[in-house]
Design a protein around this ligand. Structure first.
Ligand SMILES: Cc1cc2nc3c(=O)[nH]c(=O)nc-3n(C[C@H](O)[C@H](O)[C@H](O)COP(=O)(O)OP(=O)(O)OC[C@H]3O[C@@H](n4cnc5c(N)ncnc54)[C@H](O)[C@@H]3O)c2cc1C
Length: 414
C-alpha cells in the first residue's frame, strides 16, 4: 500500500465492480488514480454472489460473481492504480480533500476529481414497519447470503422470505440447495420485484411458491422465530386481516429493497434524486458538484452487473476529461419522465454530437407497449416492447445531433 504521496488526479470511493471499472478507465486515460475500499479486498457485493449469471453481456460468458470480480481485480493489480484496502472514506470537502480512516489513523487525500461508487445497503425491517417481537431468526437476504456463502453457516431450517427482489429469489434457491425448506416468498405488490429469469430459475424450478399481493404482517416468537402471520394485500395496500393465517417457521429472510449508500455524498452537498436515493447526474454522470461523478448501485440500483461496469467506465472516462478540462457542459437540456416512467438516469444532457445513453425504469407492468422519446416539436425514437417490467432496467440510446430542447421519455400503450 503506497500512502506516502496522497495527491491524486482521481479518487474512486468503493472498490466493487463500479469502482474497479471506473478506476481502470481513468487510469487508462492517463490519470493518477487511487481506489479506496473499506473491506479487506476488492470486489464488493460480487464476492458473496457465488451463483452464476454474471457477465453475459460484457464478457459474453456466464460467470459467478467472484469470477467476474476476479477479472477486474487482476487488471487493477496490473495497473498503476494505488489501492487502499481496509480504508474508509469518512467525508470529503470542497475541491477535493477526502478524510480517510485506516490502521494508520486519520489521513487526508487530495484529488482533482472524485468518483462515487459506494454501492448500496439493504433496507432494514423498520422500513416496512414489520410488526411483532424481534426474536433471533430475522435476517436480511444479503446478510443471509454472507453467512452461508462466506462464513459457511446455515441460518435456519424452515424459512419464509419477505419480498421478491433478486436477492430474495437467489437466497430462496440457495437455502433450498443447503437443505432448508423454503415455505414461500411473499410479495406485497401484485407483480414480482425481481428479474423474470430469477423467478424461473430460483423459484419455479424448485417448486418454491411465490405469493403475490400477500405479505407478512407479524413475526411471532420470543427468543427464536416461531412463525409469521401472513395476510392478503388489498388494492389500497391495506391488509385483509379477515384472511390472515399463521405459517410456522424458524427464520424470516427480508428482501425488501436496497438503498444507495449515499450519506457521504449527501453531507458533501451532492443533490439527490428522491426517487432513486442516488445522485442527480448529467449525461457525463457528473453530479451538481463539479468533478464529482457517480456510478453503479450508489447512483441507482442496477439489476445486472454488466450495466454497472459499462456505466462506471463512462464515469472513469469523463472524470479524465474533467481533469483535462475537455468535458462539454455548455447548453444543458433536461430529460423529463413522461407517462409510465418512474425515473431516468441521467436527468440532464448537453447540446452536441455523439450519443446519449439513458437508463430508466417503468412504474408499472406494460404489455405490447412502445417507448417513445420526443421533444415538444418532434418524435425522436420509438421502440416497440412486448413487455416492460418495473424490475428490469431499460436503456435507450439517442443520437444527440439536432436536439435543441428538453426531451421526454414516455410509455405509449395500445
Ligand atoms: C444478492 C445479489 C445478487 C445479484 N445477482 C446478480 C446476477 O446474477 N447477475 C448480475 O449481473 N448482477 C447481479 N447482481 C447485481 C450486481 O452484483 C451489482 O449491481 C453490482 O455488483 C454492484 O456493484 P457496485 O460496485 O455498484 O456496488 P458494491 O459491489 O456494493 O461495491 C461498493 C463498494 O464500496 C465500498 N464502500 C462503501 N462505502 C465506502 C466508504 N465510505 N469508503 C470506502 N469504501 C466504501 C463497499 O465496501 C463495497 O465494496 C446481484 C446483486 C446482489 C446484491
Amino acid at each position: 500500500m503506497k500512502t506516502n504521496n496522497l495527491n491524486f488526479d482521481i479518487a474512486v470511493i468503493g472498490g466493487g465492480s463500479a469502482g474497479m471499472a471506473a478506476a481502470l478507465k481513468a487510469s487508462e486515460g492517463g490519470a493518477k488514480v487511487v481506489l479506496i475500499e473499506r473491506e479487506n479486498r476488492l470486489g464488493g457485493i460480487l464476492n458473496q454472489c457465488i451463483h452464476n449469471g454474471f457477465g453475459l453481456s460484457y464478457f459474453k460468458e456466464e460467470l459467478t460473481g467472484p469470477e467476474y470480480a476476479g477479472r477486474f481485480i487482476k487488471k487493477v493489480e496490473e495497473s498503476n492504480i494505488t489501492v487502499l484496502l481496509n480504508t474508509t472514506v469518512l467525508s470529503f470537502e470542497n475541491e477535493y480533500v477526502l478524510n480517510i480512516l485506516n490502521k494508520d489513523g486519520l489521513q487526508q487525500i487530495k484529488a482533482k476529481s472524485i468518483i462515487l461508487s459506494m454501492g448500496c445497503r439493504e433496507r432494514p425491517p423498520a422500513s416496512i414497519s414489520l410488526c411483532g417481537t424481534r426474536p433471533a431468526g430475522v435476517i436480511s437476504a444479503g446478510s443471509a447470503q454472507k453467512m452461508i456463502n462466506i462464513y459457511g453457516k446455515m441460518i435456519g431450517k424452515n424459512v419464509v422470505i419477505v419480498g421478491s427482489g433478486d436477492i430474495g429469489l437467489i437466497m430462496a434457491r440457495r437455502l433450498h440447495y443447503e437443505g432448508a425448506k423454503v415455505l414461500g416468498v411473499y410479495e406485497i405488490l401484485p407483480h414480482p420485484s425481481g428479474l423474470k429469469r430469477n423467478i424461473a430459475q430460483c423459484l419455479t424450478d424448485y417448486n418454491i411458491p411465490l405469493h403475490l399481493s400477500k405479505t407478512v404482517v407479524e413475526v411471532v416468537g420470543k427468543d427464536r422465530v416461531e412463525g409469521v402471520i401472513v395476510a392478503p394485500v388489498k388494492n389500497d395496500f391495506s391488509f385483509d386481516l379477515t384472511k390472515k393465517e399463521f405459517i410456522p417457521c424458524d427464520s424470516v429472510v427480508l428482501s425488501i429493497g436496497l438503498v444507495p449508500e449515499n450519506d457521504l455524498a449527501e453531507s458533501a452537498g451532492v443533490n439527490q434524486n428522491p426517487i432513486t436515493n442516488g445522485a442527480l447526474v448529467d449525461e457525463h454522470l457528473q453530479t451538481n458538484l463539479k468533478g464529482v461523478f457517480s456510478c453503479g448501485n450508489v447512483l441507482h440500483v442496477h439489476d445486472i452487473v454488466d450495466n454497472v461496469t459499462k456505466e462506471a467506465e463512462r464515469a472513469g472516462e469523463n472524470a479524465c476529461k474533467y481533469i483535462m478540462s475537455s468535458l462539454n457542459t455548455s447548453c444543458p437540456f433536461f430529460i423529463k419522465n413522461g407517462f409510465g416512467v418512474r425515473y431516468t438516469s441521467p436527468q440532464k444532457f448537453y447540446k452536441g454530437d455523439g450519443i446519449l445513453t439513458v437508463n430508466f425504469r417503468v412504474s408499472n407492468i406494460f404489455e405490447n407497449a412502445t417507448i417513445v422519446v420526443k421533444t415538444n416539436s418532434k418524435e425522436i425514437r420509438r421502440i416497440e416492447k412486448r413487455i416492460l417490467l418495473p424490475a428490469e432496467m431499460e436503456t435507450v440510446i439517442i443520437a444527440k445531433k439536432n436536439i435543441e430542447e428538453d426531451i421526454e421519455i414516455l410509455i405509449e400503450t395500445k
